[in-house]
Design a protein around this ligand. Sequence first.
Ligand code: DLL
Length: 434
Amino acid sequence: MIFNPEYECMEGEARKKLQLAALKNLTETLYSKVPFYHQKMNEAGITPRDIHSITDIEKLPFTTKEDLRDNYPYGLRACPQDRIVEVHMSTGTTGKPVVNEYTIKDIDIWRQVMARTLAGAGCTRDDIVQNCYGYGLFTGGAGVHYGTLAIGAEVLPMSSGNTERQLMILRDFGSTMLTCTPSYALYLAEVAADAGIDLKTLPINKGCFGAEAWSQNMRDEIEERYNMKAYDIYGLTEIIGPGVAFECEAQDGLHVNEDYFYPEIIDPETGKSLPAGTKGELLFTTLTREGTPMLRYRTRDITFLMEEPCKCGRTTRRIHRLFGRTDDMLIIRGVNVFPSQIEQALIEIEGTEPQYLIIISRSESHLDEVELQVEVKKELFSDETRGLENLRNRIEHTMKSKLQINMKVKLVEPKTIVRPETGKVKRVIDNRKI
Ligand code: DLL
């Protein structure tokens, strides 16, 4: 189903005209209202008057995650405070979180792009959507919620966790659509099997899964276990949340909502633009956002653009399913975390050495598990075991409270963790076969 054929199936040149008009507007707003962008454009030697075609976007400066952190909390706001109606933030950061502020028009955009996303997976007003993305500062819960309302389907705002109750509701309410991370979909299936529930006999028949990397194998398994169609959805807090790009029934690349979010691919090393079909780092410009618009935001996600027509009739460009990231950001049970943040949290705990190893695996029930090996001062090992036990608990508690991640901490003696003689130290072993 196509939610908004007028825009989703628009002829290419007509769309470019809209995009150009929006880009001119956006650069004018950013140049006149946001000192950060004013300075960046001056440094790049460009003003809004230099934008004559959509490809002139390549002359504009990039925005990075660091820029967002440096301007925390309000520095990138492009409208008066009284027009902001909602705020979301990135998950799991010890440092400054990435903030996205929405005006009512931004929320309307979100409703629109999420309605298109859910409709792309076949959602209609007859559906009952069990939404198990987290509600709160994370964008997953709210994004799906708004999209469901825009379609007029029924939403069950479950949020994440409490798996037994999720299963009870899934069965008793006859949910027809599931929205959560792909790893949680598999975990839920596992718990259902243990409880003797045959998901194939339930009305559930489709789902939208994203917020973390997943493979075709995982898709096959989800589709098989639930007897459903499993669609990939992509987005990020900085741009809007979920709803940036989505799969249609062809399941062949994700359609970018490019009348709102203009995609580009660059070489992450040189910053040069790359043509469709060539893998590189994905950028987005939010053409029409008002609260915290982004200019050429570097997502650090790796993919390529697909320009060939799609069977479904939509004319929007697609991105290939994601290949990974250019940085070392980890996504553990949907929470984004950098190894450096784990290190920072450790340094603050007395008794530990700054040597650690993060080992990530996926349990048989498809949940991410983290073992954190930490070297501790020699004296502690000669102490009674209670000291070690206390320290272990303290580290686990700190990681949970600062990073929102449950880790199993293993304390090891000094010099246990291998130091490489050449090259970079390996801090992360990711054994997840995604
Ligand atoms: O994860 C927004 C979202 C919510 C997307 C619900 C889909 C569904 P962040 O927490 O800011 O926002 O994380 C964004 O997650 O840059 C990617 O690295 C990764 N990611 C998101 N969707 C996918 C996907 C939400 N479908 C970061 N495949 C992004 C692979 C994904 N990685």
